[in-house]
Write a protein that binds this ligand. Structure first.
Ligand code: NAP
Length: 403
């Protein structure tokens, strides 16, 4: 015993240490050794009949349905704990806390009204981005909603009482006005942001201004893509929007921006334009595209072993437009005042092409029947491109055919 005390004195004097430090060091070493000896049977025991090790998988996003928190059953015989992730975020991990806070501050509580084809398509991306999603539709989509991480409500009252920050209208063009008339707006917060995605914009703007309480913000949008054209990525696809009525408060402005950011983050080409401007452009592009797709579908295009690139493009067009409901197409026609004019132009263009073809055929027949006898007499007018407003070209503009 005396020799230990003498040894301790020697160490203290040699290394210039305090006695209390030496005592602490001694006790620490002793407790580590005892712990190690106690754990020895556990560490060295050979596992028998082991079930899979205890493991946790954390989802990328809290609401992600694809990566649920999984827990394997308790171990048999011997307990073996294996920590698979050494980089799990700890409560004191400041970086992860900041990331979570930023993530929460960007995420929105979004209610989708009309959970059909397009509503579900949007929900997939909203959900992947980590937004909280609620939905209501006249059809019961509870199972589909669950698989997408969306809470489904059977009536709009319950949905609105959950106080979503954003309500997005994904109902058909034809039904939207009727739907708006029945919604219990009084259950929502007065600052709610209403967004629509109708493919016709002037009509949407008019009815939203007519039926929504004056306190609500209104953002009219048209994602110019759908479940077919945007199935792989939204990158580079146009997203048209018009901030019809957004309050001056900072939180209202930032909420609208955060909603638009959902699409910007996916790489959409963000185009701000008025609803009237949108309808003018869309009638000439979208309505004509849908019409040609439907005409070719009726015509019955079929793939062949020698498809040209052009023909493949036509087949793609049929596929893209066939996925959309006829109700949607009818809505484009009914509620875009420019659509009728485009339909007439298409009709006239088709007639003009037919006329040109049959005119040439007639010429060949005449030549066969009468030889060159009437050469020079048959100076037929050449068919011109239709004027932009759909009217046929004036008589002055029609040049005689020289061939
Ligand atoms: P749609 O046929 O235009 O609309 C289907 C949706 O409307 C469903 O949610 C349906 O609800 C609801 N609906 C129809 N009639 C209703 C009624 N009488 N009462 C209540 N709800 C009714 O097809 P969609 O493709 O899903 O389009 C939805 C909206 O997105 C449309 O306004 C469309 O213009 C717009 N949009 C579509 C695309 C696209 O590519 N599909 C692209 C951009 C924008 P239930 O299913 O519950 O019956």
């Amino acid at each position: 015993m005396f020799s230990y005390i003498a040894l301790a004195d020697l160490i203290v004097s040699t290394f210039n240490l305090s006695r209390s430090f030496l005592a602490f060091f001694f006790l620490f070493s002793l407790s580590s050794t005892v712990t190690y000896i106690a754990m020895l049977p556990l560490i060295s025991a050979k596992p028998q009949n082991l079930s899979p090790p205890l493991s946790f998988h954390f989802p990328l996003f809290p609401s992600s349905p694809t990566s649920p928190l999984s827990f394997h059953p308790p171990l048999k015989n011997t307990l073996r704990l294996r920590i698979r992730s050494i980089d799990a975020a700890q409560p004191y991990d400041y970086e992860s806390l900041l990331r979570t806070q930023h993530f929460k501050s960007q995420s929105l509580k979004i209610a989708i009204l009309g959970f059909g084809n397009f509503g579900q398509f949007l929900a997939k991306t909203f959900s992947r981005q980590g937004h909280t999603l609620l939905a209501y539709s006249r059809t019961n989509y509870a199972d589909t909603a669950k698989s997408l991480g969306v809470t489904f409500y059977n009536n709009p009252d319950d949905l609105f009482e959950s106080h979503p920050e954003v309500v997005i209208l994904c109902t058909s063009i034809l039904s939207t006005e009727k739907v708006l008339q029945t919604l219990p707006f009084q259950r929502l917060k007065r600052s709610t942001l209403f967004v629509d995605v109708l493919s016709v914009k002037e009509f949407a703007k008019t009815i939203l201004l007519k039926y929504l309480p004056a306190e609500f913000d209104i953002l009219c949008t048209h994602p110019m893509f759908g479940p077919e054209s945007g199935k792989n990525s939204w990158n580079g696809l146009p997203f048209v929007y018009d901030k019809v009525r957004i309050g001056n408060e900072e939180d209202r402005i930032s909420r609208a921006e955060r909603f638009l950011d959902v699409f910007a983050k996916e790489g959409c080409r963000m185009v701000e334009m008025t609803c009237a401007e949108h309808d003018r452009h869309a009638a000439g592009s979208q309505f004509v595209t849908h019409t040609m797709g439907r005409v070719l579908e009726r015509f019955g295009l079929e793939s062949s072993p020698i498809n040209t690139k052009g023909y493949d493009t036509l087949l793609d067009l049929v596929e893209v437009t066939a996925g959309d409901s006829f109700e949607l197409y009818y809505g484009l026609f009914m509620y875009n005042k420019n659509a009728m004019e485009q339909l007439e132009r298409l009709d006239m263009a088709f007639e003009a092409i037919k006329k040109e073809l049959f005119g040439k055929l007639h010429h060949v027949y005449r030549k066969q029947l009468f030889g060159n006898a009437d050469e020079g007499v048959e100076d037929r007018p050449k068919v011109q491109k239709l004027l932009h407003n759909g009217a046929p070209p004036s008589a002055d503009a029609v040049k005689p055919e020289t061939s």
